[in-house]
Design a protein around this ligand. Sequence first.
Ligand SMILES: Cc1cc2nc3c(=O)[nH]c(=O)nc-3n(C[C@H](O)[C@H](O)[C@H](O)COP(=O)(O)OP(=O)(O)OC[C@H]3O[C@@H](n4cnc5c(N)ncnc54)[C@H](O)[C@@H]3O)c2cc1C
Length: 397
Amino acid sequence: MQCEWLGERVAAPSLKHVVSNVLNKKTAGNWGPNATFRFPARDGTGGIWKAVAKTLPQDRFKFGQSVQRIDATNKVAHLSDGSSIAYRSMISTMPLDQITEMTEEAANLRPISRGLVYSSTHVIGVGIRGVLPPRIGDKCWLYFPEDDCPFYRATVFSNYSPYNCPQEDVKLRTLQTADPALSSQVDTQTERAGPYWSLMLEVSQSTQKPVDEEKLLADSIQGLVNTGLCSPDDEIVSTYHRKFHHGYPTPSLVRDGQLKQLLPELRDKYSIWSRGRFGSYKYEVANQDHSFMVRPPSLSLLDAARRRGRRRRFGAIRPPLLTFSTALTPPFSRYRSALRRSTMCFLAASSFRLWVSDVLPVLRRGIRRTSRRERSSEPDTDSRTRPYPSSTPTGVP
Ligand SMILES: Cc1cc2nc3c(=O)[nH]c(=O)nc-3n(C[C@H](O)[C@H](O)[C@H](O)COP(=O)(O)OP(=O)(O)OC[C@H]3O[C@@H](n4cnc5c(N)ncnc54)[C@H](O)[C@@H]3O)c2cc1C
């Protein structure tokens, strides 16, 4: 791995303050971009994007199908249900290494894209009966570099919002105790009331870090006991396990060189703008706020092309985000015509005011720099050109 990605992602505490805070049992103040963050009270992280989706024309969405093949010569995307969509410019959030596999014309790029490094992530949820132990307190997430548990991070989601786990009067059956040997000592037959608290665990997997997937849930629960997050007799009322094949893009030593070849060629030859977590393949700009923010440069370029007189419809897959993002991107004067065209943009902005109030000042600074870059070259997805928001939507890096 290279280390440039650390810049804005990892807090750089002063050793003196760390030692002094530990000795004085003090919590550090504003230690980095994640020191404070906002989280939806209800509906979890997805609530943010469901709220955004409601503000967009519903006929633009097509769910339950995937792009299987791209005919880049004729600019047609073929879907899994046999249908196809013609496009003029495509903004894609598919993993970059997959888009080259499904685009025959881009076969020459495959040797490069196959070298992109990523890790898979197992997300494991555990619901627990009882009151959150005081030893965990108000922590939001904790890291576990030791080898006594398979997870590297545990997130206490019930601390984010009381609505992230069932309310106290909801009756649930105990599945097992944290130490399964003690399960026979508790009632696992009857549904009983709470209170409840919850944990989300993350386990990374790659060729260099194999995982026993069959045993992972059991190993993780054992890890909760080993690390003191749970007591052996804690009653577990629900579990969840899902593997994300593309979990985290790895900032390898050769990554920047790979991206410099892949992204411009896809854009210039085939009008495919690969963006987002695995579209841009940059760990340091792969959170939700970043993934949202790396879109405006390409969108505003497309919009500028349209305004220059080459007015075009972007085919059936013209993204709704095109209108949405340009409306949110100051200075508004640049986009006056876009704003006039669509009152929907104002609805989007007002219904999402909370988040926008955080992001807007950052976008304002970012777009000034972006505008300069657009005039000269390829829109950049480098984190260092975009200031990190003072508070990210959901915090966890
Ligand atoms: C364990 C974990 C924890 C995280 N925690 C946080 C956090 O606390 N805060 C935060 O800000 N971010 C967090 N993130 C990152 C966050 O999930 C991403 O920033 C965000 O999802 C990126 O959005 P995106 O649209 O770029 O990509 P994605 O959300 O991955 O969206 C890509 C979309 O493309 C679709 N797709 C892929 N291939 C095809 C195809 N062939 N045809 C059609 N569609 C396709 C996928 O189905 C998916 O819907 C976390 C990520 C992980 C894995």
